[in-house]
Design a protein around this ligand. Sequence first.
Ligand SMILES: C[S@@+](CC[C@H](N)C(=O)[O-])C[C@H]1O[C@@H](n2cnc3c(N)ncnc32)[C@H](O)[C@@H]1O
Length: 430
Amino acid sequence: MATVRSPSYLLTLGRWRRGVGVAPQARALAALVPGVSQVDNKSGFLGKRPHRRHPGILKLPCVRLPRALADAAQLMLLDSAVPNVEKQVQALTNYLWSRHLPVEPGELQRRAEHLEKKFLENSDSSQTEEKLRGAVLHALRKTTYHWQELSYNEGLSLVYMAARLDGGFAAVSRAFHEIQTQLPEFQPKTLMDFGSGTGSVTWAAHSIWGQSLREYMCVDSSAAMLDLAEKLLKGGSENGKLYIPGVFFRQFLPVSPKVQFNVVVSAFSLSELPSKADRAEIVQTLWRKTSDFLILVENGTKAGHCLLMEARDLVLKGKEKSPLDPRPGFVFAPSKKPKEEKFSMVILARGSPEEANRWPRITQPVLKRPRHVHCHLCCPDGHMQHAVLTARRHGRDLYRCARVSSWGDLLPVTTPSELLPSPVEDPPES
Ligand SMILES: C[S@@+](CC[C@H](N)C(=O)[O-])C[C@H]1O[C@@H](n2cnc3c(N)ncnc32)[C@H](O)[C@@H]1O
């Protein structure tokens, strides 16, 4: 039996599996995986529910924009004079999806030095310093990703709305759904949305916690975006009543730790910041402003994932000083869940993790095979496991629950760490 600890081990498994289903080596290792041994019967987790509705299921199959929001957006697009909207929408969607992180100045310097050394080795000594510098800069420009800040003016804000309103709404709805399903008694009163853009976070939060939420603070540096969000809330017109009461708009992020919000969100906005230092400052401020949950959502890409891991580590490793709220943070929900909207998210919570993360999360599509199921799990203690579940070895309840579960769901099973044997060595690269 094997416990998987190392990411490189997982990558190796991934390579084996590509294109050929589960390769024999992987199957041999997988069949050895322990830990998944006990249905969480202690909590009577199923009650009278059928397996297909077991309480670890968190997927949100279909999200619809609220009618009022969809109508307002449509009206605003019809009223607008943006030329070639469809083309612009496609171009912006592709651009945002394929965006990388900005290259840090230190990294740029390192690359320049490396190129200079290479040029010096390969050129004759008569090369002038000016020529050398020119060649280095030229090569750097050609090989370095050029990150650009987007200026969300009126036109781009409208195109962004047409491109991303539904996807953004769906992604944050999924994150809110996760909290609501796991903590139905949580009734937030206040929410802050950093980089609020179209205001889709406010609409999604209202759909879920509209009964309890009294204040929604939308922060966006773009005045045009704030205007657009306000107009959407007024049904697509300048005047009229806000569809959701208690929404406030700010161009600057309030930094004082005195006023906290139950829920703080940043959706697709960390990727808009020009450097690691800027991101760190914003994440620290957002965490200081969080009394219960900090929800970070980015694209389901490598860049999006890296941004979230960077932010998560910043909060969990406690570099951030929060004088008025010393409670530590923990990861309430890590998940990278591809559906039609592929996004990465991390939900950080204040307090103690004991109650929240008792079941492992499924981190890849569940492979259903005759009389057995492959589940890749991230366990509450951080272990990754590739478990092969059968009715005979794990009991009918767990087997049936696993068969109906999907990527992102929780598997109602206990994996006490004391049952886990020591980790195996990484297999050799093949
Ligand atoms: C990609 S949009 C995301 C909008 C929205 N959160 C969503 O989910 O669709 C990023 C937003 O962040 C805003 N933004 C960028 N830098 C910012 C900053 N330093 N402070 C506040 N807002 C910022 C931009 O104006 C833009 O509206």
